[in-house]
Design a protein around this ligand. Structure first.
Ligand SMILES: Cc1cc2nc3c(=O)[nH]c(=O)nc-3n(C[C@H](O)[C@H](O)[C@H](O)COP(=O)(O)OP(=O)(O)OC[C@H]3O[C@@H](n4cnc5c(N)ncnc54)[C@H](O)[C@@H]3O)c2cc1C
Length: 383
């Protein structure tokens, strides 16, 4: 078995691994990404692509807000660089989000969200139900109120993945598809990665540093050091696991000008007519990735109750993915050993958090000190 040698090897070509590989290559490193399936094949191409700060209920995961805002602010430059390097449209649109309330309880939630945003200096405008309907006249039925968040944006994750792959290739990153890494072992020179026997290439890979960004599968990669006191332990023990999610991809006439959200459903329509109806959260489903009738019916009913004309749309795809999540639902970004780094657990915000994750993780690698922005998301910061 021969070996190839690199400055950095990234395990997993989801949105997180691709973004990190691109950042490393932009800083002059020779990088390989090893991907068991195809780039973005899992959660990263299933995601709805809502990049807003409007999504979280008030009070949920407050320590995430600064990183989310940081990443949201990085997005325009991230996309400009990506599109210029790749020559591809990354599917980014800054049309904003309208949250709507259809009963008194929802209305109270919107008031709280508005107050919370004001307290944090985040722009948002309270609207009457009538004003909200003027903005989105295809919404069905009476609305109690609306909250317009103009600086929320959306992206088509499938275009984003395509642009990231092209940009990585343009920067000289090797992307080895169909190559699952079974084991990683440490020597004086760095790391050696051993692919599974079923991989497209069984050539081992040597790299001075390794980034594990294998989504919910990170802890399955073993440390190959029989005489090591850690024995056959996982190379990282992040505690990350799967949270199943389903959404619908429909197609029909263009009806919505911006993302529309209620507590039960989010609708975002691309310029080409594709309408995303998002999404379920099924932590009890474990690793199962089969589409269910219940999720399809629930999402369909919620979408059509919000916009009746959606009933005439064509269902193109019922998408199923597993979000990588740690039990506290915060991401895990930082050093996991000598020359070993991890970025996973982005749960329901991996697309949003990709630019900040890549920037700060590579800063930590380059400078040898962890930037404050990710200090509370490292392995040693966890209980
Ligand atoms: C239904 C749904 C809706 C979502 N909506 C949004 C949204 O609107 N906004 C948002 O920001 N986020 C959203 N998310 C979350 C987002 O998709 C994830 O947080 C993000 O994609 C995680 O990216 P990742 O690169 O960490 O993991 P993944 O996309 O899971 O990528 C990990 C990759 O590692 C590879 N891999 C695994 N093991 C190995 C191995 N041993 N060797 C080599 N390769 C390996 C896998 O094949 C995979 O391609 C949504 C997710 C779902 C499921």
């Amino acid at each position: 078995m021969s070996a190839s040698s690199w400055d950095a090897a990234v395990i997993g070509a989801g949105v997180i691994g691709l973004s990190i590989a691109l950042e490393l290559s932009q800083r002059g490193r020779r990088v390989i990404i090893v991907e068991r399936d195809q780039p973005g094949y899992h959660a990263s191409r299933i995601a709805a692509g809502l990049l807003g700060t409007a999504g979280l209920p008030v009070g949920e995961l407050p320590a995430m807000q600064p990183l989310k805002l940081d990443s949201l602010r990085r997005y325009p430059q991230f996309i400009a660089d990506l599109e210029s390097i790749s020559g591809r449209d990354a599917g980014y649109h800054d049309d904003g989000t309208l949250r709507v309330a259809r009963d008194i309880d929802d209305g109270e939630q919107l008031e709280l969200l508005h107050a919370d945003r004001q307290q944090h200096g985040l722009p948002a405008q309270m609207l009457t139900g009538g004003e909200a309907l003027e903005l989105e006249p295809n919404l069905t039925g009476a609305l109690v109120s609306g909250l317009l968040i103009e600086d929320d944006v959306q992206i088509d994750p499938r275009r984003l993945i395509g642009a990231l792959v092209s940009a990585c290739l343009a920067k000289g990153v090797e992307i080895r598809n169909g190559c699952g890494i079974d084991r990683a072992s440490r020597s004086d020179d760095g790391w050696t990665l051993t692919p599974t026997s079923a991989s497209s290439s069984t050539e081992s890979i040597s790299a001075a540093l390794v980034v594990v960004s294998a989504g919910p599968w990170c802890d399955r990669i073993r440390r190959n050091a029989p005489d090591d006191e850690l024995g056959d332990a996982p190379v990282v023990t992040s505690g990350v696991g799967p949270v199943k999610g389903q959404l619908l991809r429909l197609r029909g006439p263009h009806l919505l000008q911006r993302v529309v959200r209620t507590p039960g459903v989010s609708l975002s329509q691309r310029r080409n007519g594709e309408l995303i109806v998002a999404s379920s959260k099924e932590p009890e489903a474990g690793w199962d990735r089969s589409p269910t009738d219940l999720a399809r019916r629930t999402l369909w009913d919620r979408a059509t109750s919000l916009v009746a004309q959606i009933g005439d749309f064509e269902l193109e795809e019922q998408s199923v993915g597993i979000r990588p999540a740690v039990s506290d639902h915060y991401p895990l970004i930082g050093q996991a050993g000598d020359g070993l780094w991890i970025a996973t657990g982005h749960y329901q915000h991996g697309i949003l958090l990709a630019p900040a994750t890549a920037h700060y993780l590579v800063e930590a690698i380059e400078r040898g000190t962890v930037p404050d922005a990710i200090a509370s998301f490292g392995t040693e910061a966890r209980p």
